[in-house]
Design a protein around this ligand. Structure first.
Ligand SMILES: [Zn+2]
Length: 209
């Protein structure tokens, strides 16, 4: 049971990291803004960062542990190996887990598992919205200047507005980074998921409409 919890937590943490990399960092980099360590989205606050950086994908069905070189057929077995053998290498200095902010960042949208059926849950939506706004305030304090102020506004638009019941705003509507190859990255301001273009309903498991 405990192991299962760790696996889910790791998956959600990875989803949060992916969202931060694709839907937030391109805009932060564009502003040349340095996020404070007080911001929960700062990479140093990712409990699994070091382990994730020690994952080596050899070929499609072969993963290698970067610490001890042991090989695995699937990523989930490498994850279990990390939990069993390299637990001491978790980045526990800040004891924060990115999985905790998943609700605010809409992690369910990027996770491999089948998306949960959209369900009206006003309490969860309100909680996620509150968490989302507190992330905007702590990561991009508006009194820190024009860049922080612009990113604050962007963050609310990109992540938080979709938690509210007004407007029908979709998450990630400001676009994301697109990777064509591992060495060449392009970024478009207004690039939508194909599925978003056809949907009139906002995504998210907590949205009520
Ligand atoms: Zn190992």
């Amino acid at each position: 049971m405990l192991l299962m919890r760790y696996i889910v937590q790791r998956e959600r943490s990875r989803a949060a990291q992916k969202i931060i990399e694709e839907y937030l960092m391109p805009f932060v980099e564009k502003e040349r803004y340095q996020m404070s360590i007080r911001c929960r989205l700062h990479s140093d606050n990712d409990l699994y960062r070091d382990q994730e950086q020690h994952k080596i994908r050899v070929v499609v069905n072969e993963w290698k542990c970067g610490y001890c070189r042991k090989r695995f057929y699937q990523e989930k077995y490498l994850d279990q190996h990390f939990d069993n053998r390299h637990y001491d290498l978790l980045n526990v200095s800040h004891s924060r887990c990115l999985a905790d902010v998943c609700g605010a960042l809409h992690c369910d949208l990027v996770m491999d598992s089948t998306p949960r059926k959209t369900k009206c849950n006003p309490a969860a939506a309100s909680r996620n919205q509150h968490l989302c706004e507190s992330l905007a305030d702590s990561c991009f304090p508006v009194n820190e200047g024009p860049s922080a102020s612009r990113l604050h506004e962007f963050f609310l638009w990109q992540f938080c507005d979709a938690h509210t019941f007004k407007g029908g705003q979709k998450p990630f509507s400001r676009g994301h980074r697109v990777k064509f190859t591992t060495t060449f990255t392009l970024f478009y301001d207004q690039l939508y998921f194909p599925s978003m273009q056809t949907s009139t309903k906002p995504y998210g498991s907590t949205f009520c409409n």
